[in-house]
Write a new protein. Structure first.
Lengths: 118, 384
């Protein structure tokens, strides 16, 4: 009985990971890999966005604009940052997929999930 | 203390105390609301200080970003953070219906303060801090205000009473001086009036003198003076006079008093109509009854027309005396019941008649009613 229950749990876990997989793969492929390589923590950028724009709705819009048109003016990072890290090419991803990817990124760092009462 | 003196004192005290009370109430309300604002401001400042502390903690948490992010919560304060769109992020409480347009407000006995945050650490644009209002300072303030009002009221009542006494002092002295004058004058009147009346009776009984008409006039004048003396003495001694309440036969007394006034009635050629029930008994002091009946009869004769009508009705429920005289204007009816008040100054007298009647009526709890048609008739009814 216990064995059947464990197998069921493992199977549900597998199904869930498969459902999240496309966006996670997108983030991994298009964001994290490069950020890790260049030593630019994604969480630091998230905090910068949060400090400036406050709501996920605005942040989503700003990130989307930047990824579609990555210029110094559209970036959250200071101008000096681009002396070391030049702006990237516009992302090659359809709008719906990009928005979903941004939402996954925002949900991952969402402070609502991290805050606790003492 | 004289009635008029007491009335003046009460009027003065009423005006003085009501205006003082109004002034003090106003001052207390202003003081209370000012102090209340001070207390609220003090408690609001505590909220503001707490908000500054939380904002600083949020900055630190944001910069460190070490999981878990422990929200700064210090009892007794509750707080919550909201983003720029006023969406709830996190907090120790989640208030409903926040008044975003107000910096401070009081709702459901809780003081609420909305603190604006910039930059938006942890995405927080608004910090809402709340605390249960401490009602003790308000209760203390209310008690102090009431005590202040009561103590001030008591002191100013005492002061008012003292000032009132000073205020009525000149009037009191005038009244006392007038009373002394009346007392002395009436005392001096008594002996000669009694002598005249006794001698007229003697002359009438012993001698058959020729000047009957002249003698009658002297008798009328002497009786008028005698009644004035009796009335003035009654007023003077009214307070100290020892009354002997007895079962008085009012029917008998009324016949006696009509007989006494017969000379005056004849002199004016009045048609006397009386309906007097036999043996009407009333518990009253005889002198009080005489003064009441005499004054009513005297007025009815004095203010009657020549060849007029005088009606006297006595029944178990009361006495009614009606004349066909000058009448009284409607607006003067209340006025003439006061001492030294006369509506018609063409006749003699001091204007104390109805005052005496009023005093007797009040003392025995009777009802006193005057119905008068100006220039036609006056009917005075006393019900017991």
């Amino acid at each position: 009985m216990v064995r059947v229950f464990l197998i069921l749990i493992m199977f549900i876990g597998y199904l869930e990971s498969e459902a999240l997989a496309p966006n996670s793969i997108n983030i991994e492929k298009n964001c994290i890999a490069c950020h890790t390589k260049q030593k630019i923590p994604s969480e630091l950028i998230y905090r910068r966005y949060l400090t400036k724009y406050s709501t996920h709705k605005t942040i989503r819009k700003v990130i989307f604009n930047y990824l579609k048109n990555p210029t110094k003016e559209n970036s959250i990072m200071p101008k000096q940052f681009f002396l070391k890290f030049p702006p990237k090419e516009p992302i090659d991803m359809n709008d719906t997929a990009l928005i979903k990817t941004i939402d996954t990124y925002l949900d991952y760092f969402d402070i609502k999930r991290k805050l606790v009462l003492p | 203390m004289l009635h008029s003196e007491r009335r003046s004192l009460f009027r003065f005290l009423a005006i003085y105390l009501s205006s003082t009370f109004l002034l003090f109430s106003l001052a207390t309300v202003i003081f209370y609301s000012f102090q209340k604002h001070q207390i609220v401001d003090k408690q609001n400042n505590m909220l503001q200080e707490e908000a500054v502390k939380i904002a600083e903690s949020l900055r630190q948490i944001h910069q460190e970003f070490t999981e878990p992010l422990i929200y700064p919560y210090h009892k007794p304060f509750d707080s919550a953070i909201y983003n720029l769109d006023k969406e709830y992020i996190f907090g120790s409480f989640r208030p409903q219906h926040i008044l975003w347009s107000r910096e401070y407000y009081l709702k459901d006995k809780r003081l609420v303060y909305i603190h604006l945050l910039q930059p938006y650490y942890l995405g927080a644009s608004y910090l809402v801090v709340a605390k249960d209002i401490n009602s003790k300072p308000f209760d203390d303030l209310f008690k102090i205000s009431i005590v202040f009002l009561l103590v001030a009221g008591f002191l100013f009542t005492l002061l008012g009473f003292f000032l009132g006494k000073l205020f009525v002092q000149p009037m009191k002295e005038s009244m006392e001086s007038m009373n002394r004058f009346i007392e002395d004058t009436t005392h001096e009147f008594n002996t000669p009036i009694s002598t005249i009346l006794t001698n007229i009776e003697l002359l009438d009984a012993i001698y058959d003198c020729e000047g009957k008409e002249e003698m009658k006039r002297i008798e009328i004048a002497s009786k008028t003076l005698s009644r004035l003396y009796e009335d003035l003495s009654y007023l003077k001694l009214n307070h100290n006079y020892h009354r002997e309440i007895e079962e008085l036969n009012m029917s008998k007394l009324l016949y006696e008093r009509i007989e006494y006034f017969n000379t005056l009635i004849e002199a004016k050629n009045l048609k006397l109509v009386f309906e007097i029930e036999d043996d009407i008994i009333l518990d009253i002091d005889k002198n009080d009854a005489i003064r009441m009946v005499d004054n009513l009869l005297s007025n009815a004769i004095k203010y009657n027309k020549k060849d007029g009508m005088l009606s006297v009705v006595l029944e178990s429920g009361g006495l009614s005396i009606k004349d066909s005289g000058v009448g009284i204007k409607k607006e003067d009816i209340f006025l003439i019941q006061g001492r030294f008040q006369r509506a018609n100054k063409s006749e003699g007298g001091f204007g104390i008649g109805l005052d005496i009647v009023g005093q007797v009526v009040k003392r025995y709890g009777f009802n006193f009613k005057i119905i008068s048609i100006y220039k036609e008739s006056t009917e005075v009814t006393i019900r017991w």
